[in-house]
Design a binder for this molecule. Structure first.
Ligand code: 6R9
Length: 630
């Protein structure tokens, strides 16, 4: 039985069911999975401790739901298409049967290294199919994987290894980035100086020189050689941890978000199939890195549970030229394409010329994730990439939510530029004012919370349950607090306004930084912008805008006043930036998120302690911004 929603009325019907009879609703969805033992109760929960359990006492293995359950039906279907960084190198195509054998084989390797159920394994690998094999092999034996984005520094890696007391690391010799080879193993060596790690398994990708420590380091191709490709899956409790994923919060130290097995499985598959309206045979491509939650839920687990063909891309959007995404879409006849606004804006800056050689006629659905997508980028994406016939699913969710919570259902529920629109079935949202009152009805704005559990939600933060409670469950009693601001418009559609710590209060008027940015971005010469608040004597907070724009043939001063006037015109004089600085770049994390904390410090004139900048893509840009500040 398929749980696909096919009509708008079907969506409303399912949504209603999920609210009035949540246990029956989720039991029906979960019944299509393979459980070694069925649950005693669908959900037990309280948001005070918090303690949330889904499919209580059920037993399963998530990899059996990807493989054993389906191999008979579609073992030779392509599971993963891999597109390498270098366009001249061959792409790879791995069937479900082949992937299954590789996962079982590698699971046996992990067992032979003494890794057991519950042990933590760090995966520090670039975008190659073996990274997915590594994840699934951990899941097969019940080891808890924690993927660290392969672009993170040795220090960041060491912090994570130590926090979760990892027993093994799975990595590569190096990584390709454009025409450069990047060291990966060397960073592992640096991170391992003081650590609990007993074994390191290294997949040879670039062939660069590395050091191998006798007794600790092993080559992937050597340890897998001759190893059996059959493996009996470990029996997992529904609430056994599946993985830890570290994410940064508003405070310094990253926290290890813990996801468990049964609920995560049910929700990622359900949300994947519905949001993207995936049909068997489609080629689906999500450009995220597996080091982020999007890569976990919507490159690996969701798509593979749904029997999809998922494309993994090793490269970057601008190598060897800014037409690469479009070339890959045509080459593999991609049907669903899921990327981030930052990538869209970066490509938009090259104009439409790089798109011209490509047809893009296989595309059916476009997706966006990671940050609010501004109207201008939305329209560009819709018109030039989707050729005005592909719905855009603007998917709002978080590392902590495990899966998409608010999004259009492609082609079925309406879209609206810059709106994530409506909650998926099972997701009961609430908008709260700062005093904790729920704002009901439409045309309201406040803090986004969720008042009922959903299967893929965060269970704890690794080693520090109190932190989980404080961060997400203490601001508003009985609610999961997302940290995002939201507006529900007159039609009842949700628009995410950005983190509430990014809200600027100018003379008592609250304004989302994203709202001001959208207005700035309307200027034809603006490429990207970031807005922060800074202390202002009279207004409380002033607006400081950092803007990347095309200054050819224009004087800066003239352009600055033109952009400011434009914002005043679009939102109102209250939104006019007090300060506007033209900058060569913005400080971004490797996942493309702007580090506003740094921009706020610079705006405040406090550059003595910028905090941790190790996760920045290009730390140098911070110095350029400081130098350019008037
Ligand atoms: C999946 C992911 C979560 C934060 C989230 C919000 C922002 C993500 C968004 C969006 C507006 C969207 N965010 N998707 N804002 N519209 N469609 O990105 O997880 O890295 O944990 O970030 O990203 O602010 O709170 P994560």
């Amino acid at each position: 039985m398929s749980d696909r929603i096919h009509t708008l009325s079907g969506y409303f019907y399912e949504y209603q069911k999920s609210v009035t009879e949540p246990e029956n609703f989720w039991a029906r969805i979960a019944d299509s999975f393979h459980w070694k033992k069925r649950w005693d109760k669908v959900v037990k929960w309280n948001f005070e401790e918090p303690n949330v359990q889904w499919f209580v006492n059920a037993k399963l293995n998530i990899t059996e739901n990807i493989f054993e359950k389906n191999l008979f039906a579609y073992g030779d279907r392509t599971a993963i298409i891999w597109e390498p960084s270098e366009p001249g190198e061959d792409s790879r195509s791995i069937s479900y049967q082949e992937l299954y054998e590789q996962v079982c084989q590698f699971a046996n390797v992990l067992l032979s290294k003494g890794i057991q159920k519950g042990d933590r394994v760090i995966i520090y690998m670039p975008m190659i199919p073996e990274a997915a094999v590594a994840m699934l092999a951990c899941a097969r034996i019940g080891a808890i994987h924690s993927i660290v984005f392969a672009g993170f520094s040795a220090t960041a890696l060491a912090d994570r290894i130590n926090d979760c007391q990892a027993k093994a690391i799975l990595t590569t010799d190096g990584n390709f980035r454009g025409n450069k080879k990047i060291a990966v193993k060397a960073l592992v060596d640096e991170a391992l100086e003081k650590s609990s790690v007993e074994s390191v398994i290294v997949y040879k990708r670039t062939g660069q020189d590395i050091q191998m420590q006798e007794g600790r380091d092993f080559w992937w191709h050597e340890v897998t050689e001759g190893v059996s490709t059959s493996n009996k899956a470990e029996t997992m409790d529904s609430e056994d941890p599946l993985f830890i994923l570290y994410t940064s919060g508003s405070t310094g130290k990253p926290k290890g978000v813990v996801h468990t097995t049964g609920g995560y499985m049910v929700y990622t598959k359900y949300s994947f199939e519905n949001v993207f309206q995936y049909s068997p045979g489609d080629v689906y491509w999500c450009t995220a890195d597996i080091g982020w939650i999007t890569g976990h839920s919507y490159i690996v687990y969701g798509p593979l549970l749904a029997g999809a063909t998922t494309l993994m891309f090793e490269g970057v959007p601008t190598y060897p030229d800014p037409g690469r995404f479009w070339a890959v879409i045509d080459k593999h006849q991609v049907n669903q394409f899921y990327t981030a606004p930052t990538a869209i804006r970066a490509l938009q800056a090259y104009g439409t010329e790089p798109l011209e050689p490509y047809k893009l006629d296989s595309l059916k659905v476009l997706g966006s994730v990671g940050e609010p997508i501004n109207e201008e980028a939305w329209k560009w994406y819709y018109t030039h990439v989707g050729k005005s016939h592909c719905p855009i699913v603007d998917t709002w969710w978080q590392t902590e939510t495990g899966g998409i919570l608010v999004s259009p259902i492609a082609g079925i529920t309406p879209t609206k530029p810059a709106f994530a629109t409506l909650p998926l079935p099972g997701i009961q949202l609430a908008i709260l004012d700062p005093e904790g009152n729920e704002l009901t009805g439409n045309s309201v704005e406040g803090n986004l919370c969720v008042k009922f559990p959903w299967p893929s939600m965060i269970r704890t933060t690794w080693g520090d349950h109190e932190r989980c409670k404080q961060t997400y469950f203490s601001t508003y009693k009985g609610m999961y607090f997302t940290g995002d601001g939201v507006k529900r418009d007159h039609d009842g559609y949700y628009r995410i306004l950005g983190r509430v710590d990014d809200v600027i209060n100018v003379s008592g008027h609250r304004m989302g930084t994203a709202e001001v940015e959208n207005a700035i971005n309307e200027h034809p010469l603006v490429i990207e912008s970031a807005v922060v608040g800074y202390p202002h004597e009279i207004k409380g907070q002033g607006i400081y805008a950092y803007v990347i724009c095309d200054t050819t043939n224009r004087t800066e001063d003239n352009l600055i006043s033109e952009i400011k006037d434009m914002v005043a015109k679009i939102i109102g004089p209250i939104a006019k930036p007090d300060k506007l600085q033209i900058v060569p770049g913005l400080p971004k994390t490797r996942s493309g998120k702007i580090m506003r904390r740094i921009l706020r410090k610079v705006a405040e004139g406090d550059t003595s302690n910028l905090g941790d900048t190790s996760t920045l893509l290009d730390p140098e840009v911070v110095n350029q911004i400081i130098a350019g500040k008037k």
